[in-house]
Write a protein that binds this ligand. Structure first.
Ligand code: GDP
Ligand code: MG
Length: 764
């Protein structure tokens, strides 16, 4: 009986909640848990919604929701004790079987052995055959197992759940409208890559799924290797090897069905709801569409909105029929058109293909991680597998990777030098014009020393930054970055991170801000947080101007690049140490396994590369026009004016006084007040350290190479920049972690530079 059938004052016990996982989760969170007593308190005037009392709380449900909750008035269905599975229970369940009935649907590709499973389990003799089913119907049977009455429905075979063929549509309607308690996804394990495609669609639908890895005999005979446990936890569903030629694995399979039926999502390592990451543009589209879908309660009740959004993007007719009924249909269409256009620009494909590619990428990655190796037989994904065998090879993988990294930095700095020189010439020319054409006075000083000096010192790095971003975009879009993350996975795990953390870390060499945003792709919250917090150790390109400026002045030519490399290396080493410390003592949490997607290799389209590079470069330009411009003017003004108006010398200006005031703080590092001031100014953006030094030093430098090196160390490690801190606040969801990042980096910088300076002076 349904909860909706009760009258005011009635009491009953909850037997089960039907519907897709998202709905069930919400209802369960309200307290409608199996075995709980529920009482009808009162109906609203129009019979809807109805107020219930459950677990001591008053909750109101709509009629449609109450219809999905199965209840019994029999007190023995209360969950007050765990009755032993003895004869009296068995008798009880025969009488009141409702509580122990599990509705199971068999879903799988044609010829994977669904009917064989059905026959073995139910003792039926349905026709088994090596042909695609043409009849679109479902056979029903049942089996009694360990006190449960398991109803089985043998559905027609399908390769996917789009709405192309009548079989697919039929299976889909069965899954949506009849929402089975548990789905058994039967897979032909000897063809697992293709068979898992359907599984990924079941994941989207948010159903409770057990996989039967059928034809396991063939897989073994062929000598394939596969770690089933790993695959299960990566896909978020239990998997059981079976063979329905002999009936092997049937009992384990049924046990898993019961286990799944009784357990709650997320409380079991093999039972998790996983969102497959379909890539930036598609995911944006999904959440835009979901936004409109979620406003509709009736819809939410029936469908997982994520699934429906994906179907809409796939331009699924059936899904559109549903969406067109909604008042927001127009907005949804617009969101779809936008997503489709962006996907087209990025990949050259339509969304449907892009979604399919992403799913296969997910499958490929999961299988790769589960150590899947095909014995002897031809291979359907030959080129990709072959390329991956080389690129992720145990010995070749790292050399290839480091070669590419080296190439990236080499090209960035050598090729970038040319446009850099041009821009430098332009800046010089502009400064020259200003100083010759304008009358002396504060305005000229501000323009020449403040704006042109400050912004100019930084804008010259734009070409190098664009080149770096082009490389990063190329690596991302071609699919190589995913492989790089893959081979780094083990190392990353040692740091308490995830392989996917690697991509943001590399991007951090460009700019920490987009890198912090890129941590979104790391599913595990713990790994994501640690990645964000160590990211500032990745020496971003904004620090480069300072390095070049200082090393150029203090170190002989042959040592200059050594100093630079040392700085980058120190940053990396520190990030490893900090990550380990954080993961060990500070940020707790379980490491849940997640798939590293291995999308198919692709030649990136020029348009996509251009756009991705530009999107990143735009942020840099915005920083120029914003923070850096303002900071340059402020630094200039503080240096130009003093307590008595225009300051006669820098030392008597505001900035001079400020520097003098904080000088004791940096005595252990041997920094003078000019350096102190530039460090404070650099809080806005690290380029400002360079521009400030540019403004403050017109003559030669007055400190030692040791101080210079310690200063560079400090610049490397301390407070990243305001924009990065704000990004961390945004991505971590709290100021706490943002402030933590700000504090620990500054303290660490102070300590390390002090130690190096003190030890350095002793030694020399
Ligand atoms: P359905 O289309 O999914 O219902 O698949 P069937 O149950 O009709 O099976 C298709 C073919 O695969 C039949 O010839 C079965 O005998 C065979 N088959 C089913 N399960 C297994 C298995 O585990 N191992 C092997 N080798 N063959 C199987
Ligand atoms: Mg069949």
């Amino acid at each position: 009986m349904r909860l909706s059938e009760l009258n005011t004052g009635d009491k009953a016990y909850i037997i089960k909640v039907q519907g897709h996982g998202g709905f069930r989760k919400r209802i369960v969170e309200m307290g409608f848990i199996k075995g709980q007593r529920v009482e009808v308190l009162q109906c609203a005037p129009l019979q809807d919604p109805v107020k219930y009392k459950v677990m001591g709380y008053e909750v109101s449900l709509r009629r449609q929701e109450a219809e999905k909750i199965e209840v019994s008035t029999d007190e023995r269905d209360a969950d007050n004790e765990h009755e032993p599975q003895n004869i009296s229970t068995a008798a009880h369940f025969r009488e009141h079987s409702a509580r122990h009935t599990i509705n199971v649907a068999l879903v799988g590709n044609p010829n994977c052995g669904k009917t064989s499973l059905f026959n073995f389990a139910s003792g039926a003799h349905e026709r088994v055959g090596n042909y695609s089913g043409v009849t679109v119907d479902a056979k029903e049977g049942f089996t009694d197992f360990e006190g449960y009455h398991i109803k089985l429905v043998d559905l027609p075979g399908t390769y996917s759940l789009s709405a192309y063929s009548p079989e697919e549509l039929y299976v889909r309607r069965q899954l949506v409208d009849d929402t089975p308690d548990v789905v058994i996804n039967v897979l032909d394990a000897s063809n697992i890559e293709r068979n898992l495609y359907l599984t990924t669609q079941l994941m989207d639908m948010h159903l409770r799924v057990v996989c039967a890895l059928n034809m396991f005999d063939e897989l073994e005979e062929r000598g394939d290797k596969l770690n089933i446990d790993t695959l299960s936890s990566l896909m978020g569903m239990p998997m059981v090897p079976t063979s329905f030629k002999s009936g092997r694995g049937l009992q384990e399979l049924m046990r898993e069905v019961i286990h799944l039926f009784e357990s709650r999502e997320g409380h079991d390592q093999y039972y998790r709801h996983i969102h497959i990451n379909h890539g930036h543009e598609i995911e944006d589209g999904i959440s835009n569409i979901q936004h409109y879908l979620k406003g509709n309660d009736l819809l939410r009740l029936r469908y997982s909105t994520r699934w429906l959004a994906i179907k809409l993007l796939e331009n699924d007719k059936e899904a559109w029929r549903v969406a067109d009924e909604l008042p927001e249909a127009q907005q949804i269409r617009e969101a779809c058109v936008l997503a489709n256009r962006r996907v087209k620009e990025e990949t050259g494909d339509d969304s449907e293909t892009a979604i399919m590619d992403a799913k296969y990428g997910y499958i490929h990655g999961a299988l790769h991680e589960a150590g899947y190796v095909i014995g002897k037989k031809n291979d359907t994904y030959k080129t990709t597998h072959w390329l991956d065998a080389v690129i992720t090879h145990r010995w070749l993988g790292f050399p290839i990777f480091f070669l590419l990294l080296w190439l990236m930095f080499e090209v960035t700095f050598t090729l970038g030098q040319y446009p850099m020189d041009w821009i430098q010439a332009g800046v010089d020319w502009l400064a020259d014009v200003v100083s010759r054409q304008m009358p002396d006075g504060p305005l000229k000083a501000m323009l020449a020393d403040g704006i042109i000096g400050g912004v100019g010192a930084v804008i010259v790095f734009l070409p190098q930054i664009l080149i770096l971003y082009t490389f990063i975009s190329l690596m991302e879009d071609s699919g190589y970055m995913a492989r790089a993350a893959f081979i780094m996975d083990k190392l990353m795990h040692g740091m308490g991170l995830h392989g996917k953390s690697f991509i943001p870390l590399i991007m951090g060499f460009g700019c920490n801000v987009p890198a912090v945003m890129a941590t979104r792709t790391v599913e595990s919250r713990r790994a994501r947080l640690i990645t964000m917090l160590v990211l500032p150790m990745m020496s971003c390109s904004a620090r480069l101007p300072i390095y070049i400026m200082i090393t150029g002045a203090f170190f002989a030519v042959q040592y200059q690049s050594l100093v630079m490399i040392a700085l980058y290396a120190i940053g990396i080493i520190l990030s490893v140490v900090v990550a380990r410390v954080l993961s060990k003592w500070v940020i707790k949490g379980e490491d849940t396994p997640f798939v590293m997607e291995l999308p198919p290799y692709r030649f990136p389209t020029a348009k996509a590369i251009f756009r991705h590079t530009w999107e990143k470069g735009k942020q840099y330009l915005k920083k120029m026009g914003g923070v850096i411009l303002v900071a340059s003017v402020i630094v200039w003004a503080l240096g130009y004016f003093g307590t008595m108006g225009v300051a006669p010398s820098l030392e008597e200006s505001f900035i001079g006084q400020l520097g003098k005031a904080i000088e004791p703080l940096f005595l252990p590092q041997g920094f003078n007040w000019r350096l102190d001031v530039s460090l404070i100014a650099g809080v806005g953006a690290k380029e400002i350290v360079a521009s400030t030094i540019g403004v403050l030093y017109t003559g030669p430098y007055d400190f030692t190479p040791l101080t210079a090196f310690c200063f560079l160390l400090f610049v490397l490690i301390y407070f990243p920049c305001i924009a990065t801190i704000v990004a961390i606040r945004h991505e971590s969801g709290s100021w706490r972690w943002a402030l933590f990042a700000a504090a620990y980096t500054t303290v660490l910088a102070w300590l390390i530079s002090a130690i190096v300076y003190q030890v350095g002076t002793l030694v020399m």
